[in-house]
Every structure is written in structure tokens, then in C-alpha cells.
Ligand binder design. Structure first.
Ligand SMILES: NC(=O)c1ccc[n+]([C@@H]2O[C@H](COP(=O)([O-])OP(=O)(O)OC[C@H]3O[C@@H](n4cnc5c(N)ncnc54)[C@H](O)[C@@H]3O)[C@@H](O)[C@H]2O)c1
Length: 347
């Protein structure tokens, strides 16, 4: 039986993800990290509902909305008409800075929950803008009311809400998050180099990661409040890789319109070796943001569906530790991968 997904937020990440479902719907496996997770191939996932609040997207067929402004993600695959119309989503609390002054269209939690039930959604995937904390929590409540799992890809700390976490636990529904960790993005690259320095006996003293990109997500993330919240999530994730205190900063620092959906992360590491001799590293990483999320999102959703079906919600911790920057419990990234792979990946 196909896994039915609903998307909250039809932005760049959603665009590339849905294109990926199409790209991998046949025999193509080029660039696919794990062809089978929890017994499921990408073709076993289908999008049955979608929500946004931007009037340029609401009311349109998903296949069109995915390429509507202000989305800037590349076209990797042609998407035929889907028959899924983007519905008005939930808007509570802060509106994403890039949507200020735009025509918005929103609905109630009850209506959204009703649509999730009607479409028999298994998993609601939260891909709305950073900083929309109250809306993210409302989507989680809508998922709970509709009896579906919730995967929070945004940096809003939904899993830290103890009441919500307990309610999902009692309902035996997976609650997975927070803040998706890209396949080869700044966070995991930063963690990887720190881990290498530590494994080679270098005493790390300082590091930084300064991200620059285009697209509406980067524009939102340079808003001072959102920037500091997102920096906290990334910095905590990176720090968890080092067994002692050191100084580090990780986060988005600037928006460059013409970079589109691309991102460049600049890193600097400082440490000490033999007789306290200095060792430093300057390096940068370039990637396409939406595409960098695709493989991990595919993995996380297939594993979440298996955890929902078996009602083994304890397994959700393995999914969180592998696929997210702010899981309930941090693990070293390679340990988290092994735990996840052992439970879910067919090798
Ligand atoms: N590599 C990645 O793409 C990546 C990695 C980790 C986390 N994330 C997270 O995923 C989320 C989406 O990223 P993106 O690059 O697609 O952003 P984006 O700005 O391109 O898209 C966000 C979409 O959400 C919509 N939106 C805003 N508020 C909404 C609401 N209340 N209800 C419904 N829709 C709403 C916007 O209109 C837009 O279509 C962000 O929170 C980001 O931090 C993305």
C-alpha cells in the first residue's frame, strides 16, 4: 500500500522532493542513497494533500505550485498534473519575513485536520518557513487530530513541546524532528571534519561555519530573531560532536539573491597538535539546498511510515538522531547512521 504524504509548505525543498519522487518512480537509481528503506522504494510514496499560505500557490495544482515564484529550485524532472490542489494552510503567530506584504490565504486547524483525514494521509511533512513556530505546532496538532504521523523538517522546536510529545506518544503516532539535516550540508560536513580532527588527536579550540545562500529560506533566516534561533540549533548540533568544550558558531550570515537555491558554507577550524603546534583549516562547500535534503527526507519518511504501521514509536528516536539537527537525544552522526541503517536500510 502506498504511503500517503501531505506537505505543509510548497517551497523549494518540497519542489525538489516531489521532483525526486517522479525522478525515481521507475528504474532510475542515479544519485539515490538508499533504494530501499523499511522495505519501501521511492515509488511507494505519494503526495495526497498540500498546504501553503502564499496566494501565488494556493488553489493551484501541486505540479504548477512547485515552480511558482518565489520558488527558485531547479527543474530536475517534469511533473505531470497531480490532481492535488494546494489548500490554504494554518497561519498562527509570526508570518515568514519573505511573505510580509504578500497576499495570504489561510484556514483553520480543524479544516486542515479534516483534509488530512479525508485524504487518508499517513504522514504530514512540515516544510514551512523557518521561524513560524506557532504554525508548526498547530500543524502537529492537526496531524494528531487526524491520526497521522508528523515529521518536522523546520528548526521550530516542536519535539521540545512536552505536552505535544506526550500526546503523540499516547496515540502511538511517530513525532519526528526537529530541523532536517541535509545529506552533505554544512552541519554534517562541520561535524565530519571535527570528528576527523578529534580521531587524529588534534585538540580543537575553535571553529566556525558561515552559510550564504539565495531563496526565501535564506532571506527569512537573516531576520535577526530567526537567525539566532537557527544558529542555536546548528551550533548545538555541531558541539555535540566534540567531547569537550570549545568555541564554535554555525549559521546563515547572508542572502545573495542570484545564488537561487544554492548555498556556500565557509568553514574555519583551529586546533593544536604536537607540542601545541598550530593546525588550521579553511575550506568551503557548495551545494544545492533543496536537492541536499532529498535523500534524507526520502529515508526519514519511509522509516517513519514503517514505525507508524508497526506502532513502534520508540524507533522514532533512531530516525530523529539520523535525520535531524535537533533530535531529542544527540548521537555522533556516524553512530546515528549505523543505528538507523541497522533498523531500516536493506543492504
Ligand atoms: N536543505 C533544505 O532544503 C533544508 C534542510 C533543513 C531544513 N529545511 C527546512 O525546511 C523548511 C523549508 O525550506 P525551503 O527551502 O523549502 O523554504 P522555502 O522558503 O522555499 O519554502 C517555505 C514554504 O512554506 C510556505 N509557508 C510559510 N508559512 C506557512 C504556513 N504557515 N503554512 C503553510 N505554508 C507556509 C511558504 O509560502 C513557502 O512556500 C524550512 O523550515 C527549512 O529550514 C530545509
Amino acid at each position: 500500500m502506498p504511503v500517503k504524504l501531505a506537505l505543509a509548505g510548497v517551497g523549494n525543498c518540497a519542489s525538489v522532493f516531489v521532483q525526486g519522487l517522479r525522478f525515481y518512480s521507475g528504474k532510475e537509481t542515479k544519485g539515490l542513497w538508499h533504494p530501499v528503506v523499511a522495505g519501501l522504494a521511492p515509488k511507494d510514496l505519494s503526495v495526497v494533500a498540500a498546504f501553503d499560505v502564499d496566494s501565488r500557490k494556493v488553489g493551484r495544482d501541486l505540479s504548477k505550485a512547485l515552480f511558482e515564484a518565489p520558488n527558485v529550485a531547479r527543474r530536475y524532472a517534469d511533473i505531470p498534473p497531480s490532481g492535488v490542489k494546494v489548500s490554504p494552510g494554518i497561519l498562527k503567530g509570526q508570518v515568514a519575513p519573505h511573505l510580509e506584504g504578500e497576499k495570504l490565504s489561510s484556514s483553520t486547524r480543524k479544516t486542515v485536520a479534516g483534509e488530512l483525514e479525508k485524504s487518508r494521509t499517513d504522514i504530514l511533512v512540515n516544510l514551512i518557513s523557518s521561524g513560524s513556530d506557532a504554525s508548526s505546532e498547530e500543524y502537529a496538532r492537526a496531524a494528531l487530530e487526524a491520526g497521522c504521523a508528523f515529521v518536522n523538517c523546520t528548526p521550530s522546536l516542536v519535539l521540545k513541546n512536552r505536552v505535544l510529545a506526550a500526546q503523540f506518544g499516547r496515540a502511538k503516532l511517530p513525532l519526528v524532528g526537529d530541523d532536517l539535516m541535509s545529506q552533505f550540508g554544512g552541519t554534517v560536513f562541520h561535524k565530519g571534519l571535527l570528528g576527523l580532527m578529534i580521531r587524529r588527536g588534534v585538540k580543537v579550540s575553535k571553529s566556525y561555519q558561515l552559510d550564504v545562500g539565495g531563496g526565501s529560506e535564506t532571506l527569512n533566516t537573516i531576520d535577526e530573531g530567526i537567525k539566532m534561533a537557527k544558529r542555536e540549533v546548528k551550533t548545538t548540533s555541531v558541539s555535540s560532536e566534540v567531547p569537550y568544550k570549545f568555541e564554535t558558531v554555525a549559521g546563515t550570515t547572508d542572502f545573495v539573491d542570484y545564488m537561487g537555491n544554492d548555498r556556500t558554507s565557509y568553514f574555519w577550524f583551529e586546533g593544536a597538535g604536537f607540542m601545541n603546534s598550530g593546525i588550521s583549516v579553511d575550506v568551503y562547500l557548495r551545494s544545492a539546498d533543496g536537492a541536499n535534503a532529498g535523500n534524507v527526507l526520502l529515508d526519514v519518511l519511509r522509516a517513519t511510515s514503517s514505525s507508524a504501521r508497526s506502532k513502534e514509536t520508540a524507533k522514532a528516536q533512531e530516525i530523529c538522531a539520523y535525520g535531524f539537527k535537533s533530535p531529542p537525544k544527540h548521537e555522533k552522526f556516524d553512530v546515528a547512521y549505523e543505528m538507523f541503517a541497522k533498523s531500516f536500510v536493506s543492504r
